[in-house]
Design a protein around this ligand. Structure first.
Ligand SMILES: *Cc1c(COP(=O)(O)O)cnc(C)c1O
Length: 240
């Protein structure tokens, strides 16, 4: 990684570009909310920073962003101390069990819990650290073999397990849409996650969050009930 120094200030051009990109994303979020009668405050934009230069992260922070997402635990752990302490860091990518401890020490919410083994590990380390992390369960809604996550069936069979965990707080579900040619094609995946959340709630596992939608499809995800959208490349358009 090049220049991770916090001392670098974004130049005016970069700051303006980031401000414009953010304003555009917020406008699209707002229109999507209006189409389905949702309040914009019910959707949190998580700025995904995995490919972002540190100055872009800083420019986003200066534009008012407080939620940032990394997909690699190592980069999250390395970056957190370099940026403002009031940032909420989200882990959105795969977490290996041997990275759970540093992740819990540096991260506010984990979107990508994809197995019971990982859940058990988080429960154990959280009890040792005396913390109660917020986690989301990653679901493979579309059923692609290459994809991580619980199957909808696994989830419904694990309800007792979820109720037993005392050192973590399961707040919702996360999914990745398959790679599709038009955003509209992602809709069934997002609708599927929303229905699954309802099913779990009906079974007594009350969930409030749906993490779904990225640069190409966040408007559809909002229409289908996303409460957290994970947007990366769209925020850095024109930055170099
Ligand atoms: C990279 C990434 C995103 C953001 O993708 P963009 O298309 O750049 O918006 C969202 N979610 C996850 C899990 C990612 O790894």
């Amino acid at each position: 990684m090049t220049n991770e120094s916090q001392d670098v200030e974004p130049n005016e051009q970069t700051q303006n570009q980031i401000n414009d990109n953010l304003a555009q994303v917020r406008q699209l979020m707002s229109s999507a909310c209006e189409r389905v009668g949702r309040d914009i405050s019910s959707v949190t934009l998580v700025a995904v920073t995995k490919y972002a230069q540190p100055v872009w992260v800083k420019a986003l922070y200066q534009a008012g962003m407080k939620d940032f997402g990394e997909n690699r635990p190592q980069q999250l752990v390395a970056r957190r101390p370099q940026f403002a302490p009031d940032i909420r860091w989200h882990l959105i990518g795969q977490l290996q069990r041997n990275k759970v401890r540093p992740t819990l020490q540096n991260c506010d919410i984990i979107h990508s819990v994809d197995s019971i083994r990982l859940l058990d590990r988080i429960e154990l380390i959280a009890s040792e650290l005396d913390v109660k992390p917020t986690v989301l369960l990653e679901v493979n809604v579309s059923g692609e073999a290459s994809k991580a996550g619980f199957t909808p069936n696994d989830l419904m069979q694990s309800l007792d397990k979820f109720n037993q965990l005392k050192h973590l707080s399961i707040k919702g579900l996360m999914t990745m849409a398959p790679i599709v040619s038009t955003p509209e094609d992602a809709r069934p995946t997002f609708a599927g996650l929303r229905k699954l959340k309802q099913q779990l709630t009906d079974e007594g596992i009350a969930l409030s969050e749906l993490s779904m939608g990225m640069s190409g499809d966040f408007e559809i995800a909002i229409e289908e009930g996303a409460t957290l959208i994970r947007v990366g490349s769209r925020l850095y358009k024109g930055c170099e």
